[in-house]
Design a protein around this ligand. Sequence first.
Ligand SMILES: Nc1nc2c(ncn2[C@@H]2O[C@H](COP(=O)(O)OP(=O)(O)O)[C@@H](O)[C@H]2O)c(=O)[nH]1
Ligand SMILES: [Mg+2]
Length: 224
Amino acid sequence: MPSIHHEDRTVSFKIVYCGTPLCGKTTNIQQIHAKLDPRGRSDLVSLSTAQDRTLFFDFLSIEADAIPGYKTTFHLYTVPGQVTYNATLQLVLRQADAVVFVIDSQMDRQRDNLQAFQSLEANLRLNDSSIERLPVVLQYNKRDLPNAAPVEYLEYLFNNRPVPLLSFEADARGGRNVLATLNAVSQAVLHQFRLAHAPVSATTASRASVTVPAGMPAPALAAA
Ligand SMILES: Nc1nc2c(ncn2[C@@H]2O[C@H](COP(=O)(O)OP(=O)(O)O)[C@@H](O)[C@H]2O)c(=O)[nH]1
Ligand SMILES: [Mg+2]
């Protein structure tokens, strides 16, 4: 859920980058940090939960002019993908407004990707949420590597659903589509926010007050 402070007119959203260890989550955040104007972003904070670098997680906050009259901030987190760190995953996901699920395209990493995806789904369920309720964007990363699986195969594995999720092919190390992924997920978050907080529009209000004279057919909404 976004945190809204009307007193100091700020809204903040939390976007969590998930995925199996070494899929490229930290690289995404590093690229975003490198590409954005320092005036609109924080320093990159990386915390270690153990000596192993795959257990690092990262935090970066960025500012945007997205909601008129409010300072809008997106807090980006990565979480370690290890199954033993499910407690961390659940905690970080608890307040999440959206998820970027990063997939390592390499053929031999598909079992690990699937396990991480199942772990994401299970942890969302524990938080009374789901892939269907939260904006989730898929990123097929490491497209530059020769052993990358065909995108059609990855779509079949991860995106075979009635309403497909937005998905991007990326090379996070080279920076390709890192900002496109971030842009898509933040747009999805803002869209959901606007739906939840939309005032009754003038058009809807005036339509609601229209009374149909007795004996006349009701006008079709589209023609109104
Ligand atoms: N070739 C290639 N390597 C990548 C790409 N993205 C990340 N990597 C490398 O994969 C390794 C793990 O990346 P990292 O971001 O630390 O993974 P994390 O565990 O998900 O945070 C690092 O050596 C990265 O440089 C990519 O798109 N292509
Ligand atoms: Mg990392």
